[in-house]
Design a protein around this ligand. Structure first.
Ligand code: GDP
Ligand code: MG
Length: 598
């Protein structure tokens, strides 16, 4: 291979600006294999893979483009996730590239995630190539949007391609732009091996498949490689590139992007951001930026009524093999029985995992409210880490409680500064400073309790700024705080799965809202059901679900039979997703209502 014919790049964009559509067009416009690669045993391998029905995660795809200069170029397109929970993964994917195509919708202009992504790309010193999309739409205003990009981001847009990804207009301009302006990789193929893992996943046939960018040296089958962060060694079984399938190669050298397998059993052994080196001849300079990501948010996951505990455990085990940042351990709840305490990077990660359990594994689960890790110092001097509110010791045994604080940066147009400051104040934020990016755009820096950020902060921020503000945060440390355990009692019974740790000043309001919500979601019974919120033995809020009037069915008696049938079916359907607590049927969704509180 020739290094200067390689271009490694990502596409970055605000959601819906056309990243996926452009990627599809680029794939269509190019070939998957260079002419000289199509021979050899490549095809046999593809056959084998087809037989096994292996599905390959399209994390990095290699394209071959015959440019106007007559040369064939290899383009490695690396995909990035698009949410603050996964910012670290985004930054590692970008670290594998020399350039980023920045797609901006010409009917919308720059938006929050556009900027957040641009900053991540600039941190990696990437060449940023602006592309103005959706020019086919009548409301397109490409000239204004170009000016906006020049002013806010400060990159020249004079030659930015004006495209329609949907209609396939000017896609060649993007390809030529990449060839001409994304720098070719540099790196010594004779130096000790140095490769970055920017993604990894578990495959039941091959074990863990690592997507890598080789920076120096060469990697090939038979080599003993070492993961720098853990010192663990593995023998390489296969290296190759990814087109729409895995294609094994003899080796991958400096500048190349591809995959490597080495009988690795768990993604925890091949973490994103880690450096792979040669065990016999290790690099003395691993790649910078490795971070072991740790869960920040915990919740309980329980089998819903009629669901099998072991099925849930097996599903969680399977998910964990593929997700290095997800952790779980068994726990029990008085209300919900046997289940698991699970840890996630953030709320989105938690929601995605729940959804996968329900969709991919077809499980019926109950999720309890998310919690952060609190540090509790007892009067005895013992220090506990509490991630389940139920485990909080009695207040008489607690000397003090500390909560995690994050340093948050919020990027916003100046017109929303007032609204954001009010919101942050409300969420117990401490204002640090405000920085002007340019005349109409600022970054606000706050210290915020993580406990407040994981509730509805992101949604509130979006709605108060019409989606224009973007949020980024990282753990800063722990801080002492006046926190209490808020309990919910249904029909006089404490339901541990509803318990929350909240700031003392917010307990009353939170308790009242949850009680109000529960009244809405818990169906009426033959008897009145009181809902109470309490701190210790003190009741701070109370609502009542009135008893069911006995004539609900009688009402349609004699009338429309099909309506009566429907009503009964609806009740039955509802029952399935209920959980019996004492003598009260509580729908699964009730456990999520403690989450939403606006
Ligand atoms: P992503 O979220 O950035 O990956 O955006 P998608 O590629 O999924 O595109 C979002 C929506 O915009 C889809 O409905 C696309 O069909 C549409 N879209 C993308 N590019 C164009 C374009 O050039 N013109 C028009 N009219 N629609 C487009
Ligand atoms: Mg997309």
């Amino acid at each position: 291979f020739i290094q200067n014919r390689i271009r490694n790049f990502s596409i970055i964009a605000h959601i819906d600006h056309g990243k996926s559509t452009l990627a599809d067009r680029l794939i269509e416009k190019t070939g998957m294999l260079a002419s000289r690669e199509i021979k050899s045993q490549v095809l046999d391998n593809m056959e084998l893979e087809r037989e096994r029905g292996i599905t390959i995660k399209l994390k990095a795809v290699r394209l071959v483009y015959k440019a106007k200069d007559g040369n064939e170029y290899i383009l490695n397109l690396i995909d990035t996730p698009g949410h603050v929970d996964f910012n670290y993964e985004v930054s590692r994917s970008l670290a594998a590239c020399e350039g980023a195509v920045l797609v901006v919708d010409s009917t919308q202009g720059i938006e929050a995630q556009t900027l957040a992504n641009v900053y991540l790309a600039l941190e990696q010193d990437l060449e940023i190539l602006p592309v103005i999309n959706k020019i086919d739409l009548p409301s397109a205003r490409p000239d204004e949007v170009k000016k906006e990009i020049e002013e806010i981001i400060g990159i020249d847009c004079e030659n930015a391609p004006l495209i329609s990804a949907k209609e396939g207009i000017n896609i060649d301009d993007v390809l030529e732009d990449i060839i001409q302006n994304v720098p070719a990789p540099i790196g010594d193929p004779n130096a000790p091996l140095k490769a970055l893992i920017f993604d990894s996943y578990y495959d039941s046939y091959k074990g863990v498949v690592c997507y890598i960018r080789v920076f120096e040296g060469v990697i090939k089958p038979g080599m003993i490689i070492r993961m720098v962060s853990t010192g663990k060694t593995f023998e390489v079984t296969e290296v190759g590139i990814n087109t729409n399938r895995h294609i094994p190669f003899e080796s991958l050298g400096a500048g190349e992007v591809g995959y490597v397998t080495a009988s690795i059993k768990n993604v925890k052994e091949a973490r994103v951001g880690d450096t792979i080196t040669d065990d016999d001849n290790p690099t003395d300079e691993p790649l910078p930026g490795y971070k072991k990501v740790i869960p920040m948010v915990y919740c309980g996951i329980y089998p819903a009524e009629g669901e099998d505990f072991n099925s849930v455990r097996e599903a969680l085990e399977k998910l964990q093999v593929n997700d290095a940042s997800f952790v779980f351990e068994p726990e029990t709840s008085v209300a919900l029985g046997f289940g698991f305490r699970c840890g996630f990077l953030g709320l989105l990660h938690m929601e995605i995992t729940q959804e996968r359990l329900e969709r991919e594994f077809d499980l019926n689960i109950i999720t309890t409210a998310p919690s952060v890790i609190y540090r509790v110092t007892k009067t005895s001097g013992e220090v506990l880490e509490i991630q389940n509110p139920t485990n909080l010791p009695d207040s008489s045994e607690i000397s003090f409680i500390e909560e995690p604080i994050v340093s948050a940066s919020i990027m916003t147009p100046t017109e929303y500064v007032g609204a954001i400051m009010e919101l942050c104040q409300n969420k117990r934020g401490t204002f640090l400073n405000m920085e002007y990016l340019e005349e109409k755009r600022v970054v606000l820096h706050y210290d915020m309790p993580l406990n407040e950020v994981i509730y509805d902060f992101f949604d509130a921020l979006k709605s108060k700024t019409r989606g224009y503000a973007s949020l980024d945060y990282e753990l800063k440390g722990y801080k002492e705080s006046r926190l209490v355990k808020l309990d919910i009692l249904i029909n006089g019974e404490l339901v541990d799965a509803f318990s929350l740790i909240v700031h003392e000043d917010k307990a009353y309001e939170r308790g009242r809202r949850i009680a109000e919500r529960l009244v809405d979601v818990i169906p009426r019974h033959q008897f009145a059901v009181p809902i109470q919120a309490a701190i210790g033995s003190k009741i701070i809020a109370r609502e009542t679900i009135r008893a069911l009037r006995k004539d609900v069915l009688a009402k349609c008696y004699g009338g429309d039979i099909s309506r009566k049938k429907k009503l009964l079916e609806k009740q039955k359907e509802g029952k399935k997703r209920m959980r019996q607590i004492g003598s009260v049927d509580v729908p699964n969704e009730a456990f999520l209502t403690v989450l939403k509180y606006d």
